[in-house]
Design a protein. Sequence first.
Length: 398
Amino acid sequence: MNFMQNAPRIIANPLAAGLAPGEATTDRIAWVKLSLVILPLAAPISDAKVLTGRQKPLTEIAFLFAEIETEQGHSGIGYSYSKRAGGLGQFVHAKEIAGELVGEDPNDIARIWDKLVWAGASVGRSGLSTQAIAAFDIALWDLKAKRAKLPLAKLLGAHRDSVRCYNTSGGYLSMPIEEVKERVSMALDKGIGAIKLKVGQPDPMIDLQRIEAVRKHIGDVPLAIDANQQWDRTTALRFGRIAEQYSLTWIEEPLDAYDYEGHAALATELATPIATGEMLTSVDEHYELIRHNSVDFIQPDAPRVGGITPFLKILALADHKKLQLAPHYCMEIHLHLTAAYGREPWVEHFEWSEAMFNETLEVRNGRMIVPNRPGLGFSLSEQARAWVRNTHEVGKRP
Ligand SMILES: [Mg+2]
């Protein structure tokens, strides 16, 4: 018997055009524009990686913006980013694959994500290659929510209309403790609900003194610390035991980002919650954290893991394990995603990116308010346009 006899007709490329357009989905992506924007920081900042000699102080951040428009005139904007090296690489990879979007139905976000991964399959499914894809993916989610005339949080299914927020930008190791205290007060006066302080410098005693000073300064306001992966297992455990007295909301990145077992042991040993995940660049890597019971707070970063599509997969896994959520950076995006998470999350507040957008996020009574604007609710400012270093366009603007 010939097994091919009753086989269905082989379609040349069943994935080429996605679902056939129907009454409700007849739109196509017409135009894509990429912009590499270099955001300068007011002053160079240092975390523990600088004090241990692994990195230079941070002076600027590279943003990869993707703007997408459709035949029917719908539009979306998304971004990816890189600190120190990698921003140009993200831009170049995005440029190589941008043509794959033209002619696609903008609703088929999951399939477009797969298509873009396959286009660059030889450079892998995590890191720089999928971070380039993140800019497109986030723009497509923005577009979909805008077309529905809903904030993205509501399109996803919101649990709340505001999210607890904490400030990091006032707690860097490049600042003397008096300046840290000043900035902490400014953040709290603004309505921000909690503070994160950088630690992990070569002499842990200095860290402890800084924690003590800030704890005294803010009373019982929630306080977290972040060691940026600079401790070994023994130091982290000893430090964590001494720091229990400060009732910290969490200890962030006590160990190497990929030390799943080390984090799990700390989470078991300490009453203080353990947080990590910002350096991981895929769903698979986050799955390892979750599977090893490494964290109390998981800290994914949507641009870093490849966009909102993979981020939502991480949220589903995290929710299943009853984990708490405190995403890393990118408050404009994470505000919507945290609003749609089942457990009360935290969002990280930075002033750095405010000059890039026309809109400012509202903070009140310790919480960041989900904007009542369609989509993600941000647009590029004239200042951001002035910081553009490179652009690339494909398709034809309708
Ligand atoms: Mg951190």
